[in-house]
Ligand binder design. Structure first.
Ligand SMILES: [Zn+2]
Length: 546
C-alpha cells in the first residue's frame, strides 16, 4: 500500500495482538463456513482487462486466481452503468427486479422541481435535487445478501466501504451496520450508527497523503510498452500518463491507485476495530474500489495509465489480504465488477477496430426532437434532455395521440441514423419475456428487457452500434461504458478461500449468481427460484441447496 497510508495505518493497527502474527489457520473442512465473507467490486474491471493482465498479476489478484475463476461473467443487462451493476452483485437479481435500471432516471411526478432521480436517493426529502440528495435505499426493490444474513443471524455484522456512495449502498442494503464512502475530503457515512474510532484517524492519514505530492509510480516494462501518447480532438493526449497529481489535488487522487489503497485501509480498520470474522455469526464486508473506473474514464483502458492502476491495485489487494491473514481471520472472497468498459476510439482505431468512433454530436434527444418537430410542425420540446442513449423519455407535456405520433416519429428518426443499432418502444420491451439461460445468447432486446422497469424506464430505448463511444470530444471523460455489448457486459467473477481447489470454467455465468453462491458458502439458505441467479455448485467447497 502507499507508504504514507501504511505509516498511518501502522499506528492504527499497532496493538500487541496485531504485531504478534499468529500462524495461519489450517484449511477447514468444507462444511465449516467462513467467518467473514468479503465481496469486492472493482469498478469498470472488464473481463477483457482480466484476460490481458492475468499473467502480470502477482499480488491479490494472483491469490484469487488460485480459487474459482469465471472469466466469462456477465452483467447481463443492457444499461451497464455503476448503480445497476452494483445492484446485481449481492441481490441475486437483475435490474428489472432490483428496480435500479440506471444511475438515474426521470420521474415526472417527483415532489420537487428536479425530475431526474439519482438511483441512491430519496427524492421526497425537501430541499434536495439529483445532485444534492439524501442517500437512501428507497429505490432498491429487493433485499441484499446483507439484509438476509442479518435476519437469519442477528449477530452478523454488515460493513460497506467504497470509493463511491452507490457502490456502498447497493452492495450493503438496508441493514448495514457501517457504511462509508468517499466524500470530497474524506470518508463519510449516511448512517447514524456509532462511528468506529479508527475512521477519524484513517481520514486524517488520507488527507495528509493527499496534501503531499504523490510517490511517483515507476512503470514496469509491460506498462512502459503501452506508453504511447494518443491525440484526441479538443483534449490533451492520453496514453503515456503516470497517474501523478499535484499536492493537494483531491480530484486527481480519485484517478490514482491511492484511492483504492485508501478504501482498503479503511476496510481493514473496520475489520480490526469491529472484530469482523471473530464473532459467533458470519460477517459481511463489501468493498467498492472505484479508481479503475476513474482511470478508465479519464485515460481509456488501453494505455500506460490503466496498466499502472491495475498492477498497483493487485499489490494493494495482496497487502490487504496479508493483513487479514496476520490477524488469523478465516475469510472467503468474491470479486467482480459492476460493468466493463471500452477504450478510446482513437487508440482502438490504431489497433484495427475499424468501426470505433465517437457519437455524432447530432444524436442528442434535443437534436432528434428537433427533427420530429420539423416533421410534425409542432413547436416545443419533443424529447426530454435526459441521457444521450439508453432510456429516452418523451416530453412530459405530450398527451394522447400526439404522444403516440411523437414516439413513432422519434423511433423512426433514431433508426435512420447510421450510428444507431436499434430503437425499441417501451411497449415492445414490456412484451418481451425476461431472458434466462446462457447470457451470450440473449438478443439485444432481451438485454434491454433485463434493464426494464415499467415505472422508471423511458418511453423508448436507443442502442448504438458496437464500438461507438457515447461521449463527444469536448467532454471531461474520454471513454465510457453503458452499452449492451460484451466489452461492457463481460466481467470476471472470482471466488477464493484458503484451501479451495482451483478451477477456471469457461462457461458463461451472470453476476446475479454471486449472491446465491456466497449465501451457500456461509450457510444461508436462499430458495432456488427466489432470485434470478443460481448457486454455482462447481465452486470448490460450495454446497448449493437443492
Ligand atoms: Zn461503474
Amino acid at each position: 500500500m502507499r507508504k504514507v497510508i501504511l505509516a498511518a495505518a501502522a499506528a492504527l493497527f499497532a496493538s500487541p495482538a496485531a504485531l504478534a502474527i499468529p500462524p495461519l489457520p489450517p484449511p477447514l473442512p468444507p462444511a465449516a463456513p467462513p467467518k467473514l465473507m468479503i465481496v469486492i467490486s472493482v469498478d469498470q474491471f472488464s473481463a477483457d482487462l482480466w484476460d490481458e493482465y492475468r499473467p502480470q498479476f502477482t499480488g491479490g489478484f494472483a491469490r484469487l486466481a488460485g480459487g474459482a475463476v469465471f472469466r466469462n461473467g456477465y452483467q447481463s443487462h443492457a444499461t451497464t452503468e455503476t448503480c445497476p451493476g452494483h445492484s446485481t452483485l449481492l441481490t441475486g437479481d437483475r435490474p428489472a427486479r432490483t428496480g435500479i435500471i440506471a444511475n438515474g432516471w426521470a420521474t415526472w411526478n417527483a415532489p420537487r422541481a428536479d425530475k431526474l432521480i439519482y438511483c441512491g436517493e430519496d427524492e421526497s426529502v425537501p430541499g434536495t435535487d439529483s445532485d444534492h440528495y439524501r442517500l437512501s435505499t428507497v429505490h432498491l426493490r429487493v433485499p441484499t445478501f446483507g439484509d438476509l444474513l442479518k435476519s437469519r443471524f442477528p449477530a452478523s455484522k454488515v460493513v460497506a466501504v467504497a470509493g463511491n456512495d452507490r457502490s456502498a449502498l447497493m452492495m450493503s442494503g438496508r441493514s448495514a451496520d457501517q457504511r462509508w464512502y468517499w466524500g470530497d475530503n474524506g470518508f463519510v457515512t449516511d448512517l447514524a450508527a456509532i462511528q468506529p474510532k479508527s475512521v477519524a484517524a484513517t481520514n486524517a492519514a488520507i488527507r495528509k497523503m493527499i496534501a503531499a505530492p504523490p510517490e511517483p509510480l515507476v512503470a514496469p516494462p509491460f506498462c512502459a510498452a503501452k506508453a504511447q501518447p494518443i491525440a484526441i480532438p479538443e483534449h490533451a493526449p492520453v496514453g503515456a500518463g503516470t497517474l501523478t497529481r499535484a499536492a493537494g489535488d483531491a480530484g486527481a487522487f480519485r484517478a490514482s491507485p491511492e484511492y483504492d489503497a485508501s478504501v482498503l485501509v479503511m476496510a481493514a480498520a473496520h475489520v480490526r476495530e469491529l472484530g469482523l470474522g471473530k464473532g459467533s455469526a458470519p460477517d459481511l464486508l463489501t468493498v467498492g474500489l472505484s479508481a479503475t473506473d476513474y482511470v478508465g474514464h479519464k485515460y481509456g483502458t488501453g494505455g500506460q495509465e490503466m496498466c499502472l492502476q491495475l498492477l498497483e491495485l493487485d499489490r494493494d489487494l495482496g497487502d490487504f489480504f496479508s493483513r487479514l491473514d496476520s490477524w488469523g481471520i478465516d475469510y472467503a472472497v468474491a470479486l467482480s465488477a459492476d460493468h466493463g468498459g471500452l477504450d478510446i476510439p482513437e487508440r482502438a482505431k490504431l489497433r484495427g477496430v475499424v468501426d470505433a468512433a465517437r457519437v455524432d454530436p447530432n444524436l442528442t434527444p434535443k437534436a432528434i426532437g428537433d427533427i420530429v418537430a420539423k416533421e410534425t410542425g409542432w413547436i416545443g420540446p419533443i424529447l426530454a434532455d435526459v441521457g444521450v442513449t439508453g432510456d429516452i423519455y418523451l416530453d412530459q407535456h405530450l398527451r394522447g395521440a400526439d404522444r403516440s405520433r411523437a414516439l413513432a416519429a422519434a423511433i423512426a428518426a433514431y433508426k435512420r441514423h447510421p450510428q444507431v443499432y436499434a430503437a425499441f418502444s417501451k411497449e415492445e420491451i414490456a412484451r418481451t419475456a425476461m431472458p434466462s439461460g446462457d447470457p451470450t445468447r440473449w438478443s439485444v432486446i432481451e438485454r434491454v428487457r433485463a434493464s426494464f422497469d415499467p415505472e422508471r424506464s423511458g418511453d423508448l430505448y436507443v442502442v448504438l452500434k458496437p464500438n461507438i463511444t457515447p461521449i463527444g470530444h469536448a467532454a471531461g471523460s474520454v471513454a465510457t461504458h453503458g452499452s449492451p455489448w460484451d466489452y461492457d457486459r463481460r466481467v470476471p467473477i472470482l471466488f477464493w478461500r484458503r484451501g479451495m481447489t482451483a478451477s477456471a470454467p469457461n462457461e458463461a455465468i451472470e453476476t446475479v449468481d454471486i449472491m446465491p453462491t456466497v449465501a451457500a458458502m456461509v450457510g444461508l439458505p436462499v430458495a432456488s427460484g427466489s432470485v434470478n441467479g443460481h448457486c454455482l455448485s462447481g465452486v470448490s467447497g460450495v454446497y448449493c441447496p437443492r
